[in-house]
Design a protein around this ligand. Sequence first.
Ligand SMILES: *Cc1c(COP(=O)(O)O)cnc(C)c1O
Length: 369
Amino acid sequence: MNAPQAKPWIEAIAPYVPGRSTTDDGRKVAKLSSNENPFGTPEAAAAAYVRESGTLHRYPDASAAALREALAAKYGLDPARVIYGTGSDEILHLAAGAFASVGDEVLFPRFGFSVYPIAARRVGAKPVEAPDRDYATDVDAMLAAVTERTRVVFLANPNNPTGTFASRDEIARLHKGLPQDVLLVIDQAYAEYLEPEDDDAGLELAKTASNVLVTRTFSKIYGLAAERIGWGYGPAPVIEALHKIRAPFCVTTAGQAAAIAALADEAFVRRCRAHNLRWRTWFEEEIGRLGNAGVRAVRSRANFTLVTFPETGPVTAEGAYHALMEAGYIVRWLPGQGLPNALRITIGTEAEMQGLTAALRAYMERSAD
Ligand SMILES: *Cc1c(COP(=O)(O)O)cnc(C)c1O
């Protein structure tokens, strides 16, 4: 063999599939496939981004000091225990990379975030899926799947792509049941979409426990997906390990400035959360009204809803996916994630939700004939 060979565990990775932004015939239409914020980013964030264009030749602050200070002030954190990354995706990879390797197991729920198996395989660890309970996290099943080889547990809360949520009590029970040398990573990419009283207390756990890492992102409600900024909080020794293996300049200057400005705009976050709650509730009720064709909305707490379809028959997820695309709405069909019967639909603007729902209804009526 005289060519470089990727490691067998790298060969085993099924590549991440991003949400599409154009239709089969190349039209640019309503993109409801990547859980982006339909209202963009706060104005002050965009302005901060533009202001930094004069320093493109300078490396960013590798310590992201101002961003860490801003996060610490907002959430009552020790700035020395904040990690940041090129999206929270990078931090998920750092967690697997620092705490798992060949022969170890990385555990997450079935229908968990699709980056987890990639992060596990990348370092030669074995991805292990715990059975779900009607698409949601089953804490007992998670705990039952822990072995002496388990090193990292990933849980997105709310979860992507199911939108399901594990309560504060369930998170506490999961944490209690885990051996103390297992790192529990609570991925809170959608935390800002929860009503404040529904908080899962993950950040409180990360402040006090020796084995909990919480990750957050500026990509979702803050609308800065293009700038790739995530952050995390955990015990000092965990954070130190992550810093050793992150890229030295992993968040851009403009991104840091934009993130700090975004963080300050609490009114923007409240508006986006209220819109999301209103139209997600409306959409889930509309799906309920579509009748008994076996189509159902899984109750979501995030900025998207998983809609499940019958496996076979005149109305299917695949059929709906193509009909919606034809009508100008790109959603996420998930056969690669074990969900060929489901579409994940981002909550967009009012006009998008009305139009998409009408198109879905038309597809179902057409198919029933
Ligand atoms: C979107 C998402 C992320 C990561 O987003 P970044 O853009 O990398 O910060 C992480 N976890 C979940 C569950 C997500 O849906």
